[in-house]
Design a protein around this ligand. Sequence first.
Ligand SMILES: CC(C)(COP(=O)(O)OP(=O)(O)OC[C@H]1O[C@@H](n2cnc3c(N)ncnc32)[C@H](O)[C@@H]1OP(=O)(O)O)[C@@H](O)C(=O)NCCC(=O)NCCS
Length: 262
Amino acid sequence: MFKTFREDIAACMARDPAARSKLEVILAYPGFHAVVWYRLSRWFWRRRFYLLGRVISHIGRMLTGIEIHPGATIGKGFFIDHGFGTVIGETAEIGDNVTLYQDVTLGGISPSENSDVQRLQKRHPTLGNDVIVGSGAQILGPITVGDGARVGANSVALMNVPAGATVVGIPAKIARGRAKDEDTDHVRFAAYGTQADIADPMQRVIDALLDKVQGLSMQVEDLERRLTDSSKAEWDITPNYDEPAPAADGDSDGGGCTDQNN
Ligand SMILES: CC(C)(COP(=O)(O)OP(=O)(O)OC[C@H]1O[C@@H](n2cnc3c(N)ncnc32)[C@H](O)[C@@H]1OP(=O)(O)O)[C@@H](O)C(=O)NCCC(=O)NCCS
């Protein structure tokens, strides 16, 4: 169990830019405390001390504001940043190196209906490895979130999320598919789920406006050129010696009318 705690501390250090030392994580990280309480409650739960497991889990909830059911299965390197208001249900399964922020729910879809039928059934989501779930996101039902997927802040995910995809909104839809790193099974973690090389939104707007202005000025140039060409053609009175000269009697269609007077 201590090896797992070491991995949990390492996960906090690696994934929170604000973490300064392991001691700080041990003393002042509610997400880490919640995981410690969870692992303890899980130990009893797995040995069928269900009530004791629940009570330990409840103490953890009182102290951290994070509720993790001891029946949930959680892999190594699990990190809950801030975490207040986060709820993880009984049949949730979480892979390795998963990150959750505050106010996340891994919950059942309709917990208040037919509770007896749902008992001991898989009701909560399964998260693969390296998943990031943004603050306020709700992942509901026995759905699967694939390896390396990201669920945007405040999204409500009700359908399976493919590996490597980013889903956002209510209901959550794919914003962008991200291919998995082929060299390794590990998708590089980005704090808060955002990439360091992501463009500044203002810069993106300015770039889009510059593209538009450039497109418009090219159109104006083109129109000016066409206008100049057509007015040149209209006023050009230089005779064209390649074409046959008009008939001397002014009959522009080359004769025929003269027959009328005969
Ligand atoms: C979803 C998230 C992980 C970003 O993932 P990403 O793969 O880097 O995706 P991008 O930032 O490129 O966004 C993709 C699209 O989704 C939109 N988007 C991103 N996050 C969104 C959200 N939470 N809700 C709605 N739309 C969102 C973006 O505007 C973008 O739209 P566009 O394609 O029209 O420009 C990130 O936005 C997020 O929600 N992170 C959680 C952060 C968090 O909880 N922080 C708490 C710290 S205390």
